[in-house]
Design a protein around this ligand. Structure first.
Ligand SMILES: O=C(O)CC1=CCC(=O)O1
Length: 94
């Protein structure tokens, strides 16, 4: 199942910069692991925002919830999820 996920990152300015750097490094490693596994199909930066738009390919709502809630930046993110279905005019059926 495919999902369009938007993540808006809002890290409090009061957080220790060294801790922030550590969390961001863990986030990168976690995201690249999921990309290599084919579960995190795309990640795009939203121009001018500390936000991304991503496409996930996972088996269920529960799996997506588990993956998203394990993001190191999860406590500092606003996340929205849209499940995707095939469009009848698409020449690619997934
Ligand atoms: O910078 C972001 O958009 C947050 C993020 C998600 C995965 C990653 O590596 O960074």
């Amino acid at each position: 199942m495919l999902y369009l996920v938007e993540m808006i990152v809002q890290i409090p300015h009061t957080l220790d910069p060294a801790l922030v750097a550590k969390i961001k490094q863990k986030e990168k490693e976690y995201s690249q692991k999921l990309q290599r596994e084919g579960k995190w199909r795309h990640i795009w930066r939203v121009v001018g925002e500390y936000a991304n738009v991503s496409v996930f390919d996972v088996a269920s709502n529960d799996e997506l919830h588990a993956l998203l809630s394990a993001l190191p930046l999860f406590p500092y993110m606003q996340i929205s999820v849209k499940p995707l279905a095939n469009h009848p005019s698409s020449i690619v059926q997934e």
